[in-house]
Write a protein that binds this ligand. Structure first.
Ligand SMILES: C=C(O[C@H]1C=CC=C(C(=O)O)[C@@H]1O)C(=O)O
Length: 405
């Protein structure tokens, strides 16, 4: 565990409204950029006023909350977006690497208004260095080859048919090696341009564009976008519509989605004074895929922070399975890898306990010349391993596009 950087408490914070800052990403430095962007709004941060590695274990979210309370103190802001912590939590509570960072500078835009928050003496404004290209990218298998992954999908599917569990989400990883160091800002720019409906993020080396909002808290209001059930885009508009309709009609995908919804409903019910879960999913159409999606809204019963809600929700059956403990055991048994931050909560929290956290899908861990990319699929008793592999390959394309353009 490390608490960096001798910060004074309360934090010497200053938030000021500013004019249009343009593209938030264009202010980021190449080293350790922090970002959370959707439709050009969100946060870009740099510098580290405080940073901590959260110890693994069942109490990690409570530990993180305590740390945040001690660092934020009463650094509240009135109006605008003040100091925030960006965070990434590993998928598996026993895995190391969950991290919280309070950047020294945060540029924020919400509802067309913008603010800059600085902690301590503002760092001298250095013009960001030009974004660089990583050159040629070569890929390799991660923990399992494609055929070996198909084998574990078949095994999981059989275990489901035998009645051990209802659903499990299995993932695999690919390694990417670039000719030159990978500039995270290039990945962010490509992702934000191509996937404006997704949350493009960069937190402590974990980079991606996720369509899945685990939870947003704004005061007492909460929102979640639950995704599970996937098909590809069509080759023409009629084909696109036909594939979407087939997804809606697919018993396998509807059941897969219902598992994810049930896990979210179960986690939120004890925390909510009011909860609205739609009876039917909608279709979320992304540039590469279509998902069954349910927009869940509610009001919190008491002062739970966004991180308390994250703690209650993670892992949903969109990334774990049903029942959760059996699915987690099967994931540990079959995948043969540490998911690290992939499929874990990623996002930000402010000093009031508001914030937005996604599930870190369509993502990779980037370091120097190398990246480790992840993709997974919900496996049911009727899953066809070859189709699940094809779905995972399409999901990898998001980060492959970010790397290659
Ligand atoms: C696990 C992933 O996606 C999840 C979210 C949406 C749809 C999913 C599916 O249809 O399998 C997955 O549950 C991933 O993108 O790596």
């Amino acid at each position: 565990m490390s608490v960096a950087l001798g910060i004074t408490r309360p934090l010497p914070v200053r938030t000021i409204p500013i004019g249009d800052p343009g593209n938030l990403l264009s202010s980021l430095p190449s080293t350790a950029p922090y970002a959370w962007i959707r439709h050009g709004e969100g946060l870009a941060g740099w510098g580290e006023a405080a940073k901590v590695t959260v110890p693994p274990g069942p109490d990690r979210f409570a530990w993180a909350r305590k740390w945040l309370a001690s660092v934020f103190g009463d650094a509240h802001t009135h109006g605008g977006i003040g100091p925030v912590a960006f965070g990434t939590f590993t998928f598996d509570e026993t895995s190391p690497g969950s991290t919280l960072v309070i950047p020294r500078t945060v540029l924020a835009r919400r509802g067309g208004q913008a603010w800059i928050t600085t902690i301590g003496d503002p760092a001298p404004a250095e013009p960001p260095t030009p974004i660089t290209d990583p050159g040629r990218i070569s890929y390799g298998d991660g923990s399992l080859t494609a055929p070996a992954w198909e084998t574990i999908v078949a095994r999981a599917s059989r275990r489901i048919r035998e009645g051990e569990l209802e659903k499990v989400v299995l993932a695999r990883d690919l390694t990417a090696t670039a000719q030159h160091p990978i500039d995270v800002r290039l990945l962010l720019t490509r992702l934000a341009d191509r996937y404006p409906d997704c949350y493009t993020f960069s937190v402590a080396g974990l980079v991606g564009a996720t369509p899945e909002l685990l939870i947003r808290r704004t005061g007492q209001q909460i929102e979640s976008l639950v995704l599970a059930g996937t098909t590809t885009r069509g080759t023409n508009p009629a084909d696109d519509i036909a594939r979407g309709a087939a997804l809606f009609a697919s018993t396998k995908d509807r059941h897969e989605h219902e598992c994810a919804i049930a896990s979210v409903r179960e986690a939120l019910t004890p925390l909510a004074a009011r909860l609205n879960v739609p009876d039917e999913p909608e279709l979320l159409v992304l540039p590469n895929l279509q998902h069954l999606a349910s927009h869940v809204t509610g009001t919190l019963a008491d002062g739970a922070s966004v991180l308390d809600v994250v703690a209650a929700l993670h892992p949903t059956a969109a990334v774990g399975g049903t029942p959760t403990p059996t699915a987690i055991r099967l994931i540990r048994e079959l995948e043969g890898m540490d998911r690290a931050g992939y499929a874990g909560p990623v996002g930000w929290i402010d000093a009031h306990g508001d914030g937005e956290w996604g599930i870190a899908l369509r993502s990779g861990i980037v370091e120097g010349h190398r990246a480790r990319l992840f993709a997974g699929c919900g496996i049911m008793g009727t899953s066809d391993p070859a189709s699940e592999l094809a779905e995972a390959q399409t999901k990898f394309r998001v980060m492959q596009y970010a790397l290659e353009g």
